[in-house]
Structures are given as structure tokens and as C-alpha cells.
Write a protein that binds this ligand. Structure first.
Ligand SMILES: [Zn+2]
Length: 113
């Protein structure tokens, strides 16, 4: 059983769901639960190699030599990466590294500085 929310406009309880859309048959209001989706995204926790929770703006240190995709360069172990940004995906850290430029890293290969 899905617990359907009341219509936010007229507070009718006779709402129904159509995909990600909620519809109120009484006032024809349609809405989505976008706010809830954002909320669950906030709860996504990205941890470093030591299990410390990472946040946007953190400084991390690379814990193993990382090959840069599409080039022969290597990001050396111990490289400091400032002001990381957490993103969705296989590589969950977006950052800029001096001498390399914009980079995407995996959180399991860094530790919080
Ligand atoms: Zn309504």
C-alpha cells in the first residue's frame, strides 16, 4: 500500500498517483514529490578510504597513484586536492588538481586531509 499524500491545494484525500505525478480529482491539481527526492539525495553519504564522511569543500589527499584517463600522467600518492565537490556516479568526487585541471576521483582512493 502506498500512502498517498493529501492534495496540497485543496487538502482532498482522494488523490491518486500516475507515475511520479500525483493528481487530485477534485481540483485537478497535479504535483510531484520533488522535495522528497531532493531530501533523499541529501542523505547520500560519501566516505573516504578511512570511513570518514566527506563534504563539499573538503580537502583530501590521494592515497594511491592514480592514472589519468586518456593521458600518461599519474596523480601521485599524497597529492592534496582542495575544495572537492561530491557528485553522483562511479567517480563521486569532482575537483581541480593543480597541473591536471578538472578531475573526477573515486572516494575510496582519497582520505580527508
Ligand atoms: Zn485538490
Amino acid at each position: 500500500m502506498v500512502d498517498l499524500p493529501n492534495c496540497p491545494k485543496c487538502n482532498s484525500a482522494y488523490t491518486y498517483q500516475d507515475g511520479s505525478l500525483f493528481i487530485c480529482p477534485e481540483c485537478a491539481h497535479e504535483w510531484t514529490l520533488a522535495a522528497e527526492a531532493e531530501h533523499s539525495e541529501d542523505k547520500r553519504i560519501i566516505k573516504d578510504a578511512n570511513g570518514n564522511v566527506l563534504n563539499d569543500g573538503d580537502t583530501v589527499t590521494v592515497i594511491k597513484d592514480l592514472k589519468v584517463t586518456g593521458s600518461s600522467s599519474v596523480i601521485k600518492i599524497g597529492t592534496k586536492v582542495k575544495n572537492i565537490r561530491l557528485i553522483d556516479g562511479d567517480h563521486d568526487i569532482d575537483c581541480k588538481i593543480d597541473g591536471f585541471g578538472a578531475m573526477k576521483l573515486k572516494s575510496q582512493f582519497v582520505k580527508k586531509a
